[in-house]
Design a binder for this molecule. Structure first.
Ligand code: CO
Length: 134
């Protein structure tokens, strides 16, 4: 079952530059930075109350985030919904003919199990499902 929004992912050219707006100007709290080598990104987690914003900076020219920025510029990249059972959720979605980018969960930032759904099946929104790591 979907339990709520886990975070919003924003593609940026430089975390250091983007932090000047999100943290210094807007006042979100910087949590931490981690590298997710499988997705060729550095990820900065920002908090405002219960809300989490993830800034995604490409670490290589063939990073999916690099390709996104080249095509569309910086901006909102994905919306992440939390689920209590990712494997079951993916089965349900598959049987409803939803186009899955990841048929099986993989490990994302913070050790969470994640899977992406294709924007074609979600009215133009790239959706990441995650089962948070506790
Ligand atoms: Co994300």
């Amino acid at each position: 079952m979907i339990q709520g929004i886990d975070h919003i992912g924003i593609a940026v050219k430089s975390i250091d530059e983007a932090k000047k707006f999100w943290v210094d100007t807007l006042g979100l709290k910087f949590s931490h930075i981690e590298e997710v080598p499988e997705q060729k990104v550095r990820v900065a987690m920002l908090k405002a109350g219960e809300m989490t914003i993830e800034l995604l900076e490409p670490t290589s020219l063939d990073s999916p985030i690099q390709r996104f920025i080249e095509k569309r510029g910086e901006g909102i990249h994905h919306l992440t919904l939390a689920t209590d059972d990712l494997i079951e959720q993916l089965k349900t979605l598959k049987s409803a003919s939803v186009n899955l980018i990841d048929e099986k969960p993989r490990t994302g930032a913070g050790g969470a199990q994640i899977a992406f759904l294709h924007p074609k099946s979600a009215h133009g929104v790239l959706i990441e499902l995650c089962e948070p790591h506790d």
